[in-house]
Ligand binder design. Structure first.
Ligand code: ATP
Length: 354
């Protein structure tokens, strides 16, 4: 198990900055997600922690020791690539035991360890089978087995479920999380899938263009996004942004959009200028009593809920409401918001206002 501290980590490839001054702490035993769109620097960050890429500057501490310039072999970290990377000419047992055999561990001990790992992963019955004929799920379990068999301090996983279809991916992600809960080893996991990050992670770092946008627990990031990028990237459909020009004063609990006072969390700082009124679809209520109004443009039936697209004077908005609640095309409806679930953003910087 290991605590990993990353401080002011930078990586430049020529004149291109892939990772810019990243700092975060991964606590011992945490399942930690690096999340962001393609090219944002997730893999580069992971590779630097694992020792597969040299940082341009900054420090990486594993259990208090600075390891940023040490080779991967001295960091005691297992890197799980796409889990299908197995040795095709070996059977399951040999694939799993390979890291131990190459360390020179006595054969009896290797047998014991492989048996233990196979039991944890539920693959004892296929130990003597060639890996070639295995199903996708079993191949993944074998690849995981090879990573966990040597009890590394931490696991680095780069989109390990990326090649799977949606249904099986969901199943394997639950299995992986359960395995982590049993073993408790610090795990750093790269994904571009916000749902996967929310479901699996203890903490999430959200990256964009090499910069950390936000770092925290899934629920904090969802409820209190620090930037419009995070608010937009996390959640489906993503947060609505109603554009308006106005002012807020410290302590004030409302802003004015289209002549109507709409609730916001009590402001701590004064601000005036272009803002976005950020509200998630599930926090929009359609209510006749509200004076802030919009016109229904589309409805999308999803079973127990429906997504209703509404044109407002401040831009389009999506509401997730119960399917049985009527919402007719072209009808004008009142829209109601709860201030505690709203986030106000400075439109120019994209940052949430405090
Ligand atoms: P993806 O999910 O697409 O892999 P990512 O967030 O993991 O995205 P990285 O692989 O870390 O992104 O890459 C970040 C940026 O750095 C990308 O623009 C990529 O093209 C660039 N990059 C990565 N490795 C190198 C390299 N060896 N030389 C030059 N540029 C690189």
């Amino acid at each position: 198990m290991a605590e990993i501290v990353v401080q002011n980590l930078c990586k430049e490839f020529g004149s291109f900055t892939a990772v810019q001054s990243s700092s975060f702490t991964i606590e011992d035993g945490e399942f930690f997600m690096l999340l962001g769109p393609s090219g944002c620097g997730k893999t580069t960050t992971l590779r630097m922690i694992a020792g597969l890429e040299l940082p341009t500057s900054g420090e990486i501490y594993i259990d208090g020791e600075e390891v940023g310039r040490r080779p991967a072999s001295q960091r005691d970290i297992a890197f799980v690539f796409q889990m299908f990377a197995l040795y095709p000419h070996m059977n399951v047992r040999k694939n799993i035991s390979y890291p131990l055999v190459s360390q020179g561990m006595p054969r009896a001990r290797v047998r014991e360890k492989v048996q233990e790992v196979a039991r944890i992963l539920g693959i004892e019955d296929i130990l003597d089978r060639p890996v070639g004929g295995l199903s996708g799920g079993d191949r993944q379990r074998v690849a995981l087995g090879r990573a966990i068999v040597r009890d590394p301090k931490a696991f680095m996983m780069d989109e390990p479920l990326g090649a799977l279809d949606a249904e099986f991916r969901e199943h394997m992600s639950q299995e992986l999380r359960a395995l982590h809960d049993r073993m408790g080893a610090t795990t750093v996991y790269v994904t571009h899938d916000q749902l996967e990050a929310m479901q699996m992670g203890d903490k999430i770092v959200v990256m964009n263009h090499g910069v950390i946008e936000q770092f925290g627990k899934p629920q904090d990031i969802y409820d209190k996004p620090a930037t419009m990028f995070v608010a937009d990237f996390i959640g489906s459909p993503s947060m609505n942004f109603l554009d308006f020009d106005g002012a807020v004063q410290p302590g004030s609990g409302a802003v004015t959009l289209d002549g109507q006072a709409l609730p916001v969390p009590a402001a701590r700082e004064a601000f005036s200028g272009g803002m976005a009124y950020g509200v998630r679809p599930e926090h929009v209520r359609i209510s006749d009593s509200s004076a802030y109004r919009g016109r229904v443009r589309a409805t999308e039936y999803l079973g127990t809920t429906q997504i209703v697209t509404i044109a407002t004077p401040n831009g389009e908005l999506k509401a997730r409401i119960p399917s049985e609640q009527p919402a007719r095309l072209d009808e004008t409806v009142g829209l109601d918001f709860n201030g505690t679930t709203v986030t106000l953003f400075d439109r120019q910087t994209g940052r949430a206002l405090g």
